[in-house]
Ligand binder design. Structure first.
Ligand code: ADP
Ligand code: MG
Ligand code: ZN
Length: 622
């Protein structure tokens, strides 16, 4: 609860202020007043050095006649209750005066009771104000002011800001129209969906789309994230939902957006241990959705990347009955997104966003936005006024593989191994019929762990992969290790990522794509969390599982052998290109192909097949 740093700072700040005030006070008092003894006081009186005396209950404040006495400081001494004091003072001819006790009962009440309470309230507000918000209702206004609702009157976003999600936009246009003019629909008796669920991987623009809907319709936008509802106190989340709907209804027409709804909308069955708070929140949401009158023009949008775990009750008609898929953008989509984000960036003439889009299969909107920004940063760093193509290309690699790590010094032996490994990938890719052409090979290490990598680029957007292509891809992935074996007759740990990916591909061929002889077209795995990591779940017997492993192994073995054969047959190329790579550290696709063409004049480059897929991952082999 005390994790909130601002809260901590607030306390420090408070203590600081109090300390400073005390010190200053003390300093000032100390500086301008001085305590003396009663004797000294009497002596001063005798010497006629006192101007006036103020008799208080327990001390006498003494004003000296001029600066010659203790530098003119105000003096004080204890009130010894001397019965002769008045007499002495009269004799000394000094002005004297006694304090008048404050007997006004009303003032007393104010001072002794109301004052402290006020002070504590102010302090409490300061200290607990933050805590208050954190706990929702909080200490002072439990359950009332539930905070956290993020309301915007104008989101300022429009559909123009969302690129490449044409289908999603299309299905949301209707909602925009409805918000513009609810009567048109209610007159006919048409009932519009109360809610739409935006479904897709992270970073594809779901939140952005929801804002754009509000922006297009020019209605207020109320948003909350699913995790905001899950709180410490049971009932808090439900209170928030209620509050959210109340506020929204007042402002109708408007949009309520619940981001990451899976945090509350998780299916209730199947869990061993119930989560009371979440269930209450979910129930409240369900009943609010049933309860409100949609003809008023409140539309609920929600976003999630795990639609399969949502409670069925949320998805039934009358609730989130509409599903809008916001998927990873394709080539055209990516180019459009790049254009949107490049709008505010000064680009040089030579920039070709299409080629950047081509080199980023699988990237989502957030990645692309990030790439454009990285490119711009690089241009600034290199003191250029415009972003050039190279900046963007480098940015793509930074986003995919991390920054170049120039300070990592590899021994020349290791560098050699990495170079042969990468050329192994590249060469198998170039020589195999169904593999994508090589775009770049580099052995400059990157911060995200790669010591070097080979980048292949599909010449066209692909949606289907043939079995041959899949096999060739596996050969390319295993080509790195194969090159190490062919050249050094020795293997290293550098191929772990390749092995993992190759195994995954081979396995999917058997279990998902029906590409093995043995299991024909039997589905042996299903994919959960399609929009996240897509971890597959086996749905076959243990015995079959073992057989699947064997089948996977046999695919890998065949591909491995093929890679070794190819590299053995072309060892001259492997060595020449590797030497060149060691020297230059980076080889572009053209240079690389030139070497091959020179050595193999009869080498026919395959026409690129017209139907290929978009590889979900970027096709970089490390
Ligand atoms: P999500 O909610 O799906 O995880 P966001 O909507 O938060 O993703 O997107 C994050 C950022 O990525 C946006 O602010 C925007 O800059 C960028 N972005 C994502 N998708 C797109 C898109 N289709 N068009 C333009 N920008 C996008
Ligand atoms: Mg989001
Ligand atoms: Zn590799």
């Amino acid at each position: 609860m005390f994790k909130d740093n601002k809260f901590k700072y607030r306390i420090f700040y408070l203590i600081g202020v109090i300390a400073v005030v005390l010190t200053v006070n003390y300093g000032v008092t100390n500086y301008s007043t001085k305590r003396i003894t009663y004797n000294e006081f009497l002596t001063l009186l005798d010497q006629k050095k006192v101007k006036s005396v103020d008799i208080q209950r327990d001390k006498l404040s003494i004003k000296p006649i001029d600066d010659s006495v203790y530098g003119g400081k105000n003096l004080y001494t204890g009130n010894v209750k001397d019965p002769n004091l008045v007499e002495i003072l009269r004799k000394a001819n000094v002005d004297f005066n006694a304090e008048i006790p404050n007997n006004d009962p009303f003032m007393g009440l104010l001072l002794y009771w109301v004052g402290p309470i006020l002070i504590f309230m102010v302090l409490g507000r300061l200290i607990f104000g933050k805590l208050d918000k954190k706990m929702g209702g909080g200490v002072m206004s439990f359950g009332k002011n539930v905070g956290k609702i993020y309301a915007e009157n104008e989101t300022g976003k429009t559909f123009k800001d969302v690129a490449g999600q044409e289908e999603a936009k299309e299905s949301l246009v209707e909602i925009v129209d409805f918000l513009h003019n609810p009567q048109k629909y209610s007159e006919i008796g048409a009932r519009l969906p109360k809610g739409a669920l935006l479904v897709g991987p992270p970073g594809t623009g779901k939140t952005l789309l929801a804002k754009a809907v509000a922006g297009e319709a020019k209605v207020p936008f109320f948003s909350m994230s699913g995790s905001d509802f899950v709180e410490m106190f049971v009932g808090m989340g439900a209170a928030r939902i209620r509050d959210l709907f109340r506020q929204a209804e007042e402002k109708a027409p408007c949009i309520i957006f619940i981001d990451e709804i899976d945090a509350i909308g998780k299916s209730r069955d199947g869990a061993l241990q119930g989560n009371d708070e979440r269930e209450q929140t979910l129930n409240q949401l369900l009943s609010e959705m049933d309860g409100f009158d949609s003809s008023k023009g409140v539309v609920i949008l929600a976003a999630t990347n795990r639609p399969e775990i949502l409670d069925k009750a949320l998805l039934r008609p009358g609730r989130f009955d509409r599903r809008v898929i916001v998927d990873r953008p394709d080539l055209i989509g990516r180019e459009a997104i790049l254009k949107v984000h490049a709008k505010g960036v000064k680009l040089s003439e030579d920039v070709d966003l299409n080629s950047i889009a081509k080199s980023t299969p699988g990237a989502v909107g957030a990645d692309l936005a990030n790439m454009v920004n990285e490119g711009a940063l690089r241009a600034v760093k290199n003191k250029r006024k415009f972003v050039i193509q190279e900046d963007l290309e480098e940015a793509v690699e930074v986003v995919i593989a991390g920054k170049e790590k120039k300070d990592r010094i590899m021994s020349s032996k290791e560098k050699r191994i990495v170079a042969f490994h990468e050329v192994g990938h590249a060469l198998t890719a170039a020589l195999l019929k169904n593999a994508d052409p090589v775009h770049k090979i580099t052995i400059v290490p990157r911060t995200m762990g790669a010591l070097g990598y080979t980048m292949q680029l599909p010449t066209e957007e692909k949606y289907l992969v043939s079995k041959e292509e899949m096999l060739d891809q596996i050969v390319v992935m295993l080509g790195g290790r194969a090159a190490e074996e062919v050249e050094f007759n020795q293997i290293s740990t550098g191929a772990s990522n390749d092995i993992e990916r190759a195994t995954q591909s081979a396995r999917s061929m058997v279990t998902v794509y029906g590409m093995s002889e043995k299991f024909d077209m039997m589905a042996l795995e299903s994919v959960r969390n399609k929009y996240l990591d897509g971890r597959p779940v086996m749905n076959c017997s243990e015995k079959t599982g073992t057989a699947v492993d064997m089948e996977t192994l046999s695919i890998i073995r065949t591909c491995h052998e093929r890679a070794i054969d190819i590299l053995n047959e072309n060892k001259d190329l492997l060595i020449e290109i590797s030497e060149r790579l060691i020297e230059n550290e980076t080889l572009m696709g053209e240079e690389f192909m030139d070497i091959i063409r020179k050595r193999r004049p009869d080498f026919v480059e395959e026409e690129v097949a017209s139907e290929k897929i978009e590889n979900e991952e970027n096709n970089i082999v490390e």
